[in-house]
Design a protein around this ligand. Structure first.
Ligand code: SF4
Length: 720
């Protein structure tokens, strides 16, 4: 009989990066629990952590390279698969140009140190302009705001949730997400603490969310109108002399331009559009300005709407106008042990250097908006995408008009997927290269420690050894880079050398160097303590370097060391918001998404633990809207948008704002060729089969997944 042992690890399933204890018995997992000694997550976990066991043991998880021939798949050697991929991609590029090969990187990329370090060199080796990722169905507007206001796309202000007294939350549900662009494990507890210490928590959302349930105040807002509300709050601050930049005065430019931009939006004018009355809007602004420690925070609901960039800009602007940026209890910046911004490990960003071929959508940070991917594959002509590399992504379920993308993928000349599953997207691949699972590789959160509400660091060695004849994601990227770089030109030679050197060094040594040279590191001296891999290995529960500290202007990445309060790009789009004030309200219902505790996009639907219980794929709607359509809970409804229809059981709830309906996304596992046996039993439909690839934020090109006009009709009555 083998003895059980505890291994300290990190749950990498969401941004909260909770410390976990994996009780192992030989190659088996007995149990997963929260690590009570973790100084950051303090034992917190959500139900998803336990499902890491399902993921680790999943018989559907792929372990060896597969090649598709027609509808059948066969296992091949790694070398055969790598050679085949490189040959096909190179052949297509030689015949049709470099950009005929596109890349899509999914969300899990940022949860893997290996992928973070090695994927960029591989992507560079392709020399394509057709790069896409999950960024443009998520946080792109917030990164664009950071780029234009602070000078770096990843210099993102983080709500100092543990010290604030006044927390305004728009389009986010941290009780369920545990924070996003605000790594905050146990967010519910942290939010309750704000209330316990006499503070206010105000949620503004079309749905009374789980966070609204524990807030002190909730306001329903019409989807897509957050920018109007925020403009009116800015307008009120100026009108009532509540602007006080405090310590930011000397480093902020553009105050007058922002004042002028907000002038057309007095609270009285935006009230009917937003659904929030003028007095309430003014009170929101006044109380925010007068609170001792306050912060406004917005997330995915703010970004994925037609005015996503304007809303993201105005959230930062409100925090600047009241001196909350870089102030305890406000919106602060991390000083992470691996300083991805300060050490220049991530690029500052870029905007509009090129545009998508068909619709002219702008590049941001080297990527194009994924809403353009299907048309770039389907539209013939020079520059048409003919091959695709996907990595850790399922855009068929997670990007707008997934059905169109599904069709587009089936027309590709060649597709390769680096993925552990044969899912709705990767079923189209000709080759699948499956990396090791999350418990089989070392783990360090390069990105999420940099977005955390405290300065923390945790290195988790692999819980299980790498199984024989398997490869880590970074080994796959390095092998492909070397093969793709064999073309005889200087840049390729550099990529080749970089990949070879990186592979020789490996992620752990690169991390060690980064930690030593970072703000908490002891540099290269063996006699000085501080952050290093050795230090983190000696502290397996993680290290807490303390609360966020003021750091401006020293850490401000902008070249002039100023905060730009009114970037020209954003001001140019203000008239569009003004036009929205005069638009007639839509007679249709507006669709929004929602996040569930037991799900994370499409990732965890093959876990029996998480999928049990009541089906969560329901159309939530307000009783008045249901009554008008003769619908009741349990009835089956058809929901139709410009691009298609899906069916869903109705859930009547007063939590929804009248005129708004909600579906969770990430379902739709009923496509043939998918190998997800649990998910297929809970297939449902994909909400992104009715979101619209032409419905987007025109500034950034980010998908507007919220506020999509839909009609709802009864399909079948429930017999209950
Ligand atoms: S909140 Fe849940 S899914 Fe996210 S890291 Fe913690 S345990 Fe994992």
């Amino acid at each position: 009989m083998t003895a059980t042992s505890d291994k300290f690890a990190t749950c990498n399933l969401c941004e909260a990066i909770c410390g976990i204890v994996v009780e192992t018995n030989g190659p088996h997992i007995e149990k997963i629990r929260g690590d009570a000694d973790d100084p950051f997550s303090r034992g917190h976990i959500c139900p998803k952590a336990a499902a890491l066991k399902d993921l680790h043991e999943d018989p559907d998880r792929l372990r060896h390279p597969l090649v598709r021939e027609g509808q059948s798949w066969r296992e091949v050697s790694w070398d055969h698969a790598f050679d085949l991929v490189a040959e096909r991609l190179r052949d297509i590029q030689q015949r049709h140009g470099e950009s005929a090969v596109a890349v899509y990187q999914g969300n899990p990329t940022v949860h893997s140190l290996g992928a973070m370090l090695f994927a960029p060199t591989f992507v560079r080796s392709l020399r394509t302009q057709n790069k896409f990722s999950a960024t443009s169905v998520d946080q792109l507007p917030q990164m664009l705001a950071a780029y234009n206001m602070f000078g770096h796309q990843f210099f993102l202000p983080i709500p100092d949730i543990d010290r604030t007294e006044h927390f305004i939350i728009l389009g986010a549900n941290p009780v369920v997400s545990n924070g996003s662009l605000m790594t905050a494990p146990g967010a519910a507890h942290r939010i309750k603490n704000i209330v316990r210490r006499g503070g206010k928590v105000i949620v503004i959302d079309p749905r009374r969310t789980e966070t609204a349930e524990i807030a002190t105040e909730y306001h329903a807002i019409v989807p897509g109108t957050d920018a109007l509300l925020l403009f009116a709050m800015v307008n009120t601050l100026f009108a009532e002399n509540l602007v006080n930049l405090r310590h930011l005065h000397a480093i902020t430019v553009g105050v007058n331009e922002l004042k002028a931009a907000a002038a057309p939006f007095p609270a009285e004018k935006v009230a009917t559009k937003t659904g929030i009355d003028a007095d309430t809007i003014k009170t929101l602004a006044r109380e925010f300005a007068n609170a001792e420690r306050a912060v406004v925070y917005g997330r995915v609901g703010i970004c994925t709407q037609q005015m996503g960039t304007l809303a993201s800009w105005l959230i930062v602007a409100l925090n600047v106008l009241t001196g909350r940026i870089d102030a305890p209890g406000g919106a602060m910046f991390t000083k992470p042990a691996l300083d991805i911004v300060g050490m220049g490990l991530l690029s500052r960003g870029s905007f509009g250097r090129w545009k998508s071929r068909v619709r002219g959508l702008p590049e941001f940070g080297g990527e194009l908006p994924v809403s353009a991917l299907a048309e770039e594959i389907l539209t013939p002509g020079e520059g048409q995408i003919r091959a695709l590399v996907t990595s850790a992504g399922n855009p068929v379920l997670s990007t707008p008009n997934g059905k169109k993308l599904d069709e587009a993928l089936s027309s590709l000349n060649f597709m390769v997927s680096i993925d552990i599953y044969k899912n709705e997207t990767t079923r189209h691949a000709h080759v699948i290269l499956p990396p090791t699972g999350p418990l089989e590789r070392d783990h360090y959160d390069a990105v999420f420690h940099a977005l955390s509400v405290r300065n923390t660091a945790r290195f988790s060695p692999a819980v299980f050894p790498k199984p024989p004849n398997t490869k880590h994601d970074w080994e796959i990227f390095a092998a492909l880079t070397r093969r793709m770089s064999k073309l005889n030109n200087k840049r390729a030679a550099r990529n080749f050398a970089e990949a070879a050197a990186f592979q020789w060094v490996g992620p752990a040594r690169i991390l060690d160097l980064g930690l030593r040279m970072g703000p908490h590191g002891g540099k290269l001296s063996p006699f000085v303590g501080g952050a290093s891999l050795h230090h983190l290995r000696k502290n397996p529960h993680g290290v807490d370097f303390g609360p966020l500290e003021p750091c401006l202007p020293e850490r401000l990445p902008s070249k002039d060391k100023k905060i730009q309060l009114a970037p020209k790009l954003f001001v140019a789009h203000v008239p569009r918001a003004a036009i929205a004030l005069d638009k007639q309200p839509s007679s249709e219902l507006l669709l929004v998404g929602r996040r569930e505790l037991r799900s994370n996009n499409s990732w965890m639907h093959n876990s029996a633990k998480l999928m049990k219980g009541q089906p969560r794929f329901t159309l939530q709607m307000h009783p008045n809207d249901a009554q008008k359509r003769h619908l009741k809970t349990g009835d089956k409804a058809r929901i139709t948008s410009r691009v298609g229809s899906v069916e869903a059981p109705v859930e009547v709830t007063a939590d929804m704002m009248p005129g708004v309906v909600s579906l969770p996304h990430g379902y739709g596992h009923n496509r043939s060729g998918v190998q997800l046996s649990v998910a297929q039993k809970h297939a449902f439909e994909s909400a992104n089969d009715i979101t619209d690839e032409t419905f987007l934020d025109p500034v950034s090109g980010n998908a507007a997944l919220n506020g999509v006009p839909v009609s709802v009709e009864l399909l079948h009555q429930s017999l209950l």
